[in-house]
Design a protein around this ligand. Structure first.
Ligand SMILES: [Zn+2]
Length: 1017
């Protein structure tokens, strides 16, 4: 930093202070709200391309509008978060996120403060604690007084920085300079260390001068005041985004001015009523512009994306016009959309990646933040819902207003998915559904949770984005559109350039609507209670005059109470709408009849009934037909015995989960075994509000099979659902099958103990009653005794995940009970551990101990080399003869992983009543990865070679061990192109070349091979 230049500038800045005072004294005299501090920044920054640093001087004028004397000022030094050992690093480690853990000192990002002085050149004492700096004032700052201080700083773009980033010559410079912390009338100083999520800033004026190599193009907060110097019209015309679509890019490039080495330009910006200043610089930015009223919209696209960014400025214009109409006028003179690597919002500039038209949604979101974050400068660190939640609502609103939900989502899906594609009726429903799904887990946190205090990212998404947005959709339903938009506009106009808190929004909503809404905000923002209404009865009675008396009975199953929209469908399919209010202030929507009110919450007055006189019979009734409530179970919102069922072809890739219907997926199945021959069948997957991996409530998996050769019909079905709400309490599981010669039935409960949804340790308990019986031995290829087995099973599983280590303990106890042909007790302990500290080569270890008493049938025994037949029955590949080549089994080349797993003993596999075994497997490097293969042979690179060692013994009576061992090499190959919804298929070949106890006559070292499907353990 050149101090001479600085001293020259100082005069100018003090002049500015006076103007600044004047403006705000005027401003303060007309406002009736609490005090708010005011600031003015003058920043000079020089970007050093080679060292990836910025040297800067920030001159801050601070006006103390508070009634308190200040002795210290505090600043955020955000870039310091991106160094090992920072608070952010430490917090991330606690969440098992180790992205900065191995960062070298030299690659760390930072914001170093070199010197601070008060105007008048007195140096000041300051103290830095990671991302927070305390500055001791030389004199206390009295109410109404101001001071000017000058900070010299340097920032570094680290290798692992977020938001402040250098990538391929593009600089994203946000959260960079020492930024004054907020001191407000809501608790004074807000001194949050930067932990990666939200921000909070003081409003004021920014004058920023950025010096960098002359050929860069910049987009930034504010108005470019020296455009004629740095971006004259002649250059602007050359950089016009529109040209980069039609003309050959090379011919245009030739006309661009070349910067000489060392030549720089200084870009000067001025911004008012903003709480932050951000910029992005790129030599390859091409510029699109458009105008909405007196607002200029710039699109800065990287040259390589120019063809895909042609409509960016227009997309911006469209959504600014939309938001301005419904939520208050866009309050700034310009808006820049910069093409960078991720979505981020800053005043007057948003950073957006992607391409047309799928980037529209991201534009709508980030631009929406200029209302809720930019102009409404709420404390988003403490209340992320006030910016992310409101902006997510705006995003849904823009998407629903400007896009077609179906075609928008179809842009990036393939022809196969498109063929079967179904989606939500609108974007709003998608958000509401997301919120409901998280609420249903029973692990949700309150909407008003501090952004840094959320238990994990899933919870943060829920409290910051999804649930508050969904509650605004709900509030819109409660208030009606026109009142709701008036609430939003009033809130915006009243609080723009200020720091509102949640209660301020509530006050505006109550004032504008003229209704007490405390019940709404208390329940939805300040509690994790759930809402579940049901129709419990509907009956019609014909009256003497030909009219009908209809009785409708409702039930409130959740704790939350809400006004209800009720829709009745009459015999002639005409529909009638009613509303059931919760208090005196009924819903005032024209044309909707109001039924008697329903007061009650928690366990008080859980039922409601009303009688209506109607000219026709009522066929059906439905609660909340618009799907606006966060009702955790829409299946019971409809009259009748059965819920709505959505039958969908299971395309294995894409599924649409409806909010108000039970989803039943079906697809054909084909299989083979020697007894049935080719089997054909249908596979069903059902559930309510499941996600990608789980089927959700009332989950059903069922198959029905027909064996072409055996002419037998088989089936299997598993039904599973939570028996107490919320979901985390307990799951009921019911199973039944008649399948390939064996019939089984099971009933049980499972309980998972965990502290939060995503957790690194988890304990599960299971209790089952199980039954099975063999009825047709023709399917078998392993020993199995005829007879009925009935048993009680108790199991517990403990899983622990650490950075380099994952372990799982499983303890299972079985005891045969009533009406059984075999009496035995059996206990099994299995311990599995995966360790990948060393070169990322996974080392896997397994310990298997089993003991039994009584008459253990053959299929239940412990086997030295393989899983027991009863375990193999669970795996369709090993269930019956012929699915995998019988020849391989006969010649001892087919191994089902499990049991003692001593792979070398497949040709002398024995079963027993007790077992001790340990297996060790080390994944090694695949040398073929170094070779470049032609396209269809590159699967060779996906093969995972490993070394293994197994040791153990099986005993019949006493624990007299004669330990056997084997060792060898294995190859695991995960089949490509298996759709994500199906189980992955891993084919493995193993070569146990060493066996300690070979078959008499064989050498210990010998070529042996076996194959299997699925990992051994
Ligand atoms: Zn956002």
């Amino acid at each position: 930093m050149n101090t001479e230049i600085y001293n020259e500038k100082k005069k100018g800045s003090l002049m500015n202070t006076k103007t600044f005072f004047l403006i705000f004294t005027l401003f303060l005299s007309i406002n009736t709200y609490a005090w708010q501090q005011h600031i003015a920044y003058r920043i000079q920054a020089t970007l050093n391309d080679s060292s990836k640093t910025i040297d800067g001087t920030a001159e801050l004028m601070y006006l103390n509008n508070s009634p308190f004397v200040l002795e210290k000022l505090y600043f955020h030094l955000y870039p310091n978060a991106y160094q090992p050992g920072s608070y952010l690093d430490s917090k991330h480690r606690s969440m098992h996120y180790f992205w900065m853990a191995d960062l070298k000192e030299n690659d760390a990002g930072y914001c170093n403060v070199n010197h601070i002085e008060e105007a008048g050149a007195q140096p000041m004492h300051y103290d830095v604690d990671n991302t927070l700096m305390t500055v001791l004032l030389n004199h206390p700052l009295n109410p109404g007084d101001s001071l000017v201080l000058k900070i010299q700083f340097q920032i570094k773009f680290g290798k692992k920085t977020d938001r402040i980033k250098e990538r391929n010559g593009q600089y994203v410079v946000t959260q960079w300079y020492p930024r004054i912390c907020v001191y407000d009338d809501h608790g004074g100083w807000h001194l949050d260390q930067h932990l990666g999520s939200e921000f909070y800033g003081e409003f004021g004026i920014y004058d920023v001068e950025i010096t960098l190599a002359a050929d860069y193009v910049i987009g930034a907060t504010g108005i470019l005041t020296n455009q004629n110097e740095v971006l004259p019209d002649s250059l602007l015309a050359k950089l016009d985004l529109k040209r980069y679509k039609k003309e050959s890019v090379d011919s245009i490039k030739a006309t661009l001015p070349k910067a000489k080495k060392g030549e720089t330009k200084t870009w000067k910006y001025h911004a008012e009523n903003v709480h932050d200043f951000a910029w992005a610089a790129d030599r390859k930015f091409r510029i699109g512009t458009t105008q909405w009223e007196n607002v200029t919209i710039y699109a800065l696209a990287q040259e390589s994306n120019a063809a895909n960014w042609q409509d960016a400025a227009e997309v911006g214009e469209r959504v600014i016009a939309l938001y301005s109409k419904h939520f208050g006028r866009y309050p700034y003179p310009q808006m820049t959309l910069a093409d960078v690597y991720q979505g981020m919002e800053y005043p007057m500039i948003v950073m957006v990646g992607g391409k047309s038209p799928t980037y529209n949604g991201l534009f709508y979101h980030e631009i929406g933040h200029n209302w809720f974050y930019g102009a409404i400068g709420s404390n988003e660190t403490a209340y992320p819902a006030l910016d992310e939640g409101f902006t997510t609502y705006l995003t849904d609103f823009a998407l629903d207003s400007l896009e077609d939900v179906r075609t928008y989502r179809e842009w990036d899906i393939g022809w196969y998915r498109k063929k079967f594609y179904r989606t939500n009726p609108n974007f709003r429903t998608a958000t509401i559904k997301h919120a409901i799904r998280t609420s249903k887990t029973g692990f949700e946190e309150k909407v008003l949770t501090h952004s840094d205090h959320c238990q994990d990212w899933g919870s943060y998404r829920h409290v910051a984005y999804t649930k508050p947005a969904a509650t605004l959709h709900q509030l819109q339903g409660v208030l009606g559109d026109s009142v709701f938009f008036k609430v939003m506009r009033t809130y915006f106009d009243r609080w723009k350039f200020r720091h509102p808190y949640p209660e301020d929004f509530q006050k505006v909503a109550q004032e504008v609507s003229g209704r007490d809404l405390s019940w709404f905000f208390e329940q939805w923002w300040n509690s994790t209670k759930t809402c579940d209404y049901a129709i419990s009865g509907l009956s019609n009675k014909k009256l003497a005059g030909g009219e009908y008396e209809t009785e409708i009975r409702l039930k409130r199953q959740g704790e939350i109470y809400m006004p209800i929209d009720l829709e009745l469908t009459l015999a002639d399919n005409s529909r009638l709408r009613y509303t059931i209010p919760i208090n005196e202030e009924s819903k005032q929507v024209k044309g909707i009849e109001v039924l008697p009110k329903w007061i009650g919450w928690n366990n008080w007055q859980k039922t409601y009934q009303t009688k209506l006189k109607l000219p026709q019979k009522v066929k059906s009734a439905v609660i909340d037909p618009d799907l606006r409530m966060l009702d955790v179970n829409y299946l019971n919102n409809r009259s009748g015995c059965f819920p709505k069922i959505e039958l969908q072809w299971d395309n294995l890739v894409e599924k649409y989960v409806p909010l108000d219907a039970y989803l039943l997926l079906y697809r054909p199945g084909f299989w083979y075994n020697d007894r049935d021959g080719l089997k054909t069948g249908l596979h069903f997957n059902g559930g309510y509000l499941g996600n990608y991996n789980t089927s959700g409530d009332y989950a059903l998996t069922a198959d029905i099979w027909y064996g072409i050769m055996s002419q037998k019909i088989h089936h299997q079905a598993t039904f599973q659902t939570s028996i107490f709400r919320p979901e985390r309490l307990m799951t009921l599981v019911l199973k039944n099958s008649v399948l390939e010669g064996r019939q089984t039935a099971a009933a049980g409960v499972e309980k998972s103990i965990r502290r939060r949804l995503s957790t690194f340790q988890r304990l599960d308990f299971k209790l089952y009653f199980k039954h099975y019986e063999l009825f047709d031995p023709a399917y078998l290829f392993e020993p199995w005794e005829k007879g009925e087995v009935n048993l009680i099973e108790l199991a517990t599983v403990f899983r622990l995940e650490q950075r380099w280590l994952q372990s799982e303990w499983q303890l299972r106890y079985q005891s045969t009970s009533f009406m059984t042909d075999f009496i035995f007790d059996k206990i099994v302990l299995e311990f599995k551990e995966t360790w990948n500290r060393w070169c990322n080569w996974k080392t896997r270890f397994r310990l298997f101990l089993g003991a039994s008493e009584g008459s253990l049938p053959l299929q239940e025994q412990f086997y030295l080399a393989t899983a027991s037949p009863i375990e193999s029955f669970q795996n369709s590949w090993y269930r019956s003869k012929g699915t995998l080549p019988s020849q391989w089994h006969a010649n001892a080349h087919l191994q089902s992983g499990g049991g003692g797993n001593l792979r070398g003993y497949l040709d002398q596999n024995v079963g027993g009543k007790r077992i001790v075994a340990a297996n060790l497997q080390l994944n090694i490097y695949n040398p073929f990865r170094l070779i470049k293969f032609p396209r269809f042979f590159n699967f060779i690179q996906w093969i995972q070679p490993c070394l293994f060692y197994d040791i153990g013994d099986v005993m019949h009576g006493n624990w007299n061990l004669d330990l056997k061992s084997d060792a060898g090499l294995g190859l695991n190959w995960k089949l490509p192109f298996i759709p994500p919804r199906l189980e992955p298929v891993i084919i493995r070949f193993e070569f146990p070349v060493f066996v300690s106890h070979p078959i008499p006559g064989e050498e210990k070292f010998k070529f042996r091979w076996l194959m299997g499907i699925g990992m051994v353990f």
